[in-house]
Design a protein around this ligand. Structure first.
Ligand SMILES: Cc1ncc(COP(=O)(O)O)c(C=O)c1O
Length: 344
């Protein structure tokens, strides 16, 4: 069956034009720093994010891991939202690889505030670990693609400066925040010492992320990447897909946001669905189906039988995500099928 695949924006397949760009990429050995396509991508990202340097890495998770490891020492504390990707979906990497203690707090739609973080900051002492990093995520995956308010990011930046600690921005979907708010990527990035951005989500490239920051941080990050086995050779083949994605697929994220809005509004008209429309700000929609007579996995299975793939994220909650491989017509089809499933 030709499914309408709403499980994630990571399911996109490279288009013919993207594949052509990959096939034609000029390559070299990137561990020697010799791959011109990787170097071009890194320069583009550093420029877009207003940072001194950038580094291509295989995945968003590796990007986050490198950023945390390169800016901390084992035994430090990192403060982040309770539902941050780094603590929920990266297999304990923060503890295992970087040896960090996490202090997780309840953000509002994933956004933690200066007022919450300030009192928790610890200086290293005989008894306490030192807090050396604040981690924020924009947009926030588990909070349904909610945008981290820019003024709150700026306040956290000022707090970090006062206490001389670092800020890491998991910007896997920073593109979506940028398109939805019009705030320049570099303004967002200014709030952080290190930023990771993904090409394999809404931008539609098959693989890869970049991290960006100061030249010293990136040099340190390059060693950490090598330690993790993330030093790759003729990887310009993949970097070419990322360059294609940056040049062609950023502005169109607005279409994904409109499709997500359509799905959310249609879902909100169904009595047995509970959804907070305020959290639907970009391309992710999370809703509760506990008022139906099905669990989320059962409902997703029935929806699948009618041609739509979705993701149960708990017994009662489902996540759907729009992306460049789903059209507005397919979103309409998905809603027709959903109404049949719940008998609405
Ligand atoms: C916010 C966020 N950060 C990081 C990642 C990790 O990216 P990857 O799957 O490329 O490791 C994801 C993946 O969905 C994500 O949503």
């Amino acid at each position: 069956m030709n499914y309408v695949d709403l499980r994630s924006d990571t399911v996109t397949k490279p288009s013919k034009e993207m594949r052509r760009a990959m096939a034609e990429a000029v390559v070299g050995d990137d561990v020697f720093g010799d791959d011109p396509t990787v170097n071009r991508l890194q320069d583009m990202i550093a420029e877009m994010l207003g940072k001194e340097a950038a580094l291509y890495v295989p995945s968003g998770s590796m990007g986050n891991a490198i950023c945390l490891k390169a800016q901390t020492v084992p035994g430090n504390e990192v403060i982040c939202d309770r539902f941050a990707h780094i603590v929920n979906y990266e297999v304990g990497n923060v503890a295992v690889f970087s040896g960090l203690q996490t202090n997780m707090i309840d953000g509002l739609n994933g956004a933690i505030t200066r007022e919450q973080v300030g009192p928790l900051l610890k200086t290293e002492s005989l008894h306490t670990p030192g807090t050396t990093l604040i981690e924020i995520e924009n947009t926030h995956n588990r909070a349904g693609g909610a945008i981290f308010p820019f003024d709150e990011m700026q306040k956290l930046r000022r707090l970090a400066d006062e206490f001389e600690i670092k800020v890491h921005l998991d910007g896997a979907r920073l593109w979506n925040a940028h398109v939805a708010t019009g705030i320049p990527l570099a303004d967002y990035a200014k709030c952080a010492d290190s930023v990771s951005v993904c090409f394999s989500k809404g931008l539609g490239a098959p693989i890869g992320s970049c991290i960006a920051g100061s030249r010293d941080f990136i040099e340190n990050g390059r060693r950490v990447r090598k330690m993790l086995g993330g030093g790759m050779r003729q990887v310009g083949l993949l970097a070419a897909a990322a360059i294609y994605a940056i040049e062609n697929n950023i502005a169109r994220l607005a279409d994904d946001h409109a499709n997500a809005r359509f799905l959310a509004e249609e879902l909100s008209k169904i009595d047995s669905v509970i959804i907070d429309l305020d959290t639907v700000q970009t391309n992710i929609v999370i809703f509760d189906i506990s008022r139906t007579n099905m669990t989320a996995p059962e409902l997703c299975e029935k929806w699948k039988e009618l041609g739509t793939l979705s993701l149960p994220i708990s017994d009662s909650r489902i996540r759907i995500v729009t992306h460049l491989d789903v059209t507005s017509e397919q979103c309409e089809e998905a809603m027709v099928a959903f109404r049949k499933v719940v008998g609405a």
